[in-house]
Design a binder for this molecule. Structure first.
Ligand SMILES: Cc1cc2nc3c(=O)[nH]c(=O)nc-3n(C[C@H](O)[C@H](O)[C@H](O)COP(=O)(O)OP(=O)(O)OC[C@H]3O[C@@H](n4cnc5c(N)ncnc54)[C@H](O)[C@@H]3O)c2cc1C
Ligand code: FES
Ligand code: FES
Length: 498
């Protein structure tokens, strides 16, 4: 049988600004930040945390959008590996100024508003502002906050930077020179990697493969069942920068074309494993606005532009944000090994802490999210110390249907942060189904919750706090479903921008 991987290529091809690069003999774990600063001596891009939190390393990646133009997104260079640049354009703060020395409008706006003091965070902010400028600019404070939530500044204060975002304006949507420039870049990138087979690197430090089809991915994983699957790298990147792990081989799924889409059927949403949070946001928000809002609060814009829903599930974290919401909605995942696929209800995928129902050589191919049927109300609540860019202490997700007589006819509840895995609260569900939706049933459901979870104490929250907050979130559900006129949310009521 012919191999699905096709021919192999051993150089990483991309554009650094407008200049072509073809790199050989690169350690596949070298980060984009290390490459920029150490190999290219482009030191505008800074290293702060090296874990995707501070935004000092923000760069913009451009890729052909499939319609002859370019799609741009910000990412954290500190946790992206160099081979993932293949077929893309990498733009850094050095690329913004014109050849005659004129500052880019976003740079000029930062000067005009005094948006920089020590300057360490400034290149990262400028790149996030540049992304806003490329996307058409923004005047809305909430949208600007969203775009900048992944950039920390410790001396200027955010007021002047937000003002710079407003002042910078944007590229005109009908600017024909800009459209031609983007079309030319897209054509160059497409030609650079066309018909040249799969990127396969053999380096003394480790191997790296970037299959282009899910058949090739399946074949590679059967051949290398111990490989590390790399999606957005927002977890895997930190294994390298913080835990100093060596990964060999790495199989990157970001170039696998047939798992990069979200399909919608009448009853469900099917999210390919390569789909980032940013690309899944709108469709998930249409399934239920609280899922959209939950996704909007994951990490920062840079993290959502890289991280995937598939990775959030596959990593098995007890505090991943999407699993409880997807469990409450009754989602399933499609696991694939070779040509064999199986569907697993998401709640059954998580066995115990650190152990998932995934065999060596198997990968998550897609996530199937049923659309709530008429009358089913979905609510999700993320409790964290900060509202944005923070890891969850407790996450509660509920899908409830109450009939005209006030009886609970359907109820699914799932929690994150309450056990070693994201978990469905079956005793709590049983305490409510068939009962009147009133305070007595609410109390019974809260008692049931206490009998089925034994949360942990850690630096995010004590076990007592976790239990109390989980019970209180049931009260919040009760108020929001029985007295919707009561204001229960200070911010984030509307699903906003990703
Ligand atoms: C600054 C920062 C903030 C964050 N904030 C949040 C947050 O608010 N909420 C939250 O839930 N998470 C958060 N995270 C964690 C992270 O973004 C998510 O877990 C993310 O969804 C992981 O997806 P990824 O595509 O980046 O996965 P990767 O890092 O590429 O992979 C994660 C794991 O999943 C495996 N994997 C990935 N895809 C597949 C697949 N298709 N099949 C089999 N295995 C696969 C990998 O081998 C690895 O074990 C944050 C991370 C950072 C760095
Ligand atoms: S260095 Fe802090 S996000 Fe990259
Ligand atoms: S200007 Fe100093 S950290 Fe932002």
């Amino acid at each position: 049988m012919a191999s699905a991987t096709g021919s192999l290529r051993s150089d990483i091809r991309f554009l650094l600004g407008d200049e072509e690069r073809s790199l050989r003999d690169v350690d596949p774990q070298m980060t984009v930040l290390e490459y920029l600063r150490l190999s290219e001596r482009k030191v505008g891009t800074k290293e702060g945390c090296a874990e995707g939190d501070c935004g000092a390393c923000t760069v913009v990646l451009g890729e052909p959008d499939g319609d002859g133009g370019m799609a741009y997104r910000t990412v954290n260079a500190c946790i992206q590996f160099v081979p993932t640049l293949d077929g893309k354009q990498l733009l850094t703060v050095e690329h913004l100024k014109s050849e005659d020395g004129t500052l880019h409008p976003v740079q000029q706006a930062m000067v005009d508003t005094h948006g920089s003091q020590c300057g360490f965070c400034t290149p990262g902010f400028v790149m996030s502002l540049y992304q806003l400028w490329l996307d058409g600019g923004e005047d809305d404070r909430g949208a600007i906050n969203d775009a900048l939530a992944g950039n920390l500044c410790r001396c200027t204060g955010y007021g002047p930077i937000i003002e710079a975002a407003r002042k910078a304006g944007s590229v005109a949507a009908n600017d024909s020179a800009e459209q031609k420039r983007r079309a030319d870049i897209a054509a160059r990138l497409t030609a650079m990697v066309a018909d040249e087979g799969m990127l396969a690197l053999e380096h003394p430090a480790g191997r790296y493969f970037a299959p282009r089809t899910s058949d090739a991915l399946a074949e590679l994983l059967v051949a290398h069942p111990d490989a590390t699957v790399l999606a957005g790298g927002t977890d895997v990147g930190l294994w390298v920068t913080k835990m100093l792990k060596r990964l060999d081989p790495i199989i990157y799924i970001g170039d696998v074309a047939d798992i990069q889409s979200v399909y919608e059927t009448e009853d469900a949403l099917i999210i390919g494993a390569g789909v980032t949070y940013s690309r899944a946001h709108d469709a998930l928000g249409r399934v239920a606005s609280d899922v959209g809002e939950l996704v909007r609060r994951i990490g920062s814009r840079q993290i959502r532009n890289a991280g995937t829903v598939g990775g959030n599930i596959a990593n098995g974290s007890p505090i991943g944000d999407t699993p409880p919401a997807l469990i409450a909605l009754g989602a399933k995942i499609v696991l694939r090994m070779g040509d064999v696929r199986r569907e697993v209800p998401l709640e059954e995928f998580f066995i115990t802490y650190g152990k998932q129902d995934r065999h060596p050589g198997e990968f998550v191919e897609s996530v199937i999210v049923p659309k709530p049927k008429s009358g089913l109300v979905f609510k999700a609540y993320k409790i964290s110390k900060r509202f944005d860019q923070d890891i969850t202490a407790v996450l509660a997700a509920f899908a409830i249907k109450v009939d005209d007589a006030g009886k609970v006819v359907e109820f699914r509840a799932a929690f994150g942060g309450m056990a070693g895995t994201p978990m469905r609260a079956k005793k709590c569900e049983a305490a409510l189904i068939g009962k009147d939706w009133d305070e007595a049933s609410l109390n019974a459901a809260q008692m049931a919750l206490a009998s089925e979870f034994e949360p942990m104490s850690d630096m995010r929250a004590s076990k007592e706090y976790r239990m109390l907050v989980a019970q209180n979130l049931l009260t919040k559900l009760f108020i929001e479903t029985s007295a919707p006129e009561v204001a229960t949310r200070l911010v984030g009521k509307e699903a906003a921008h990703v």
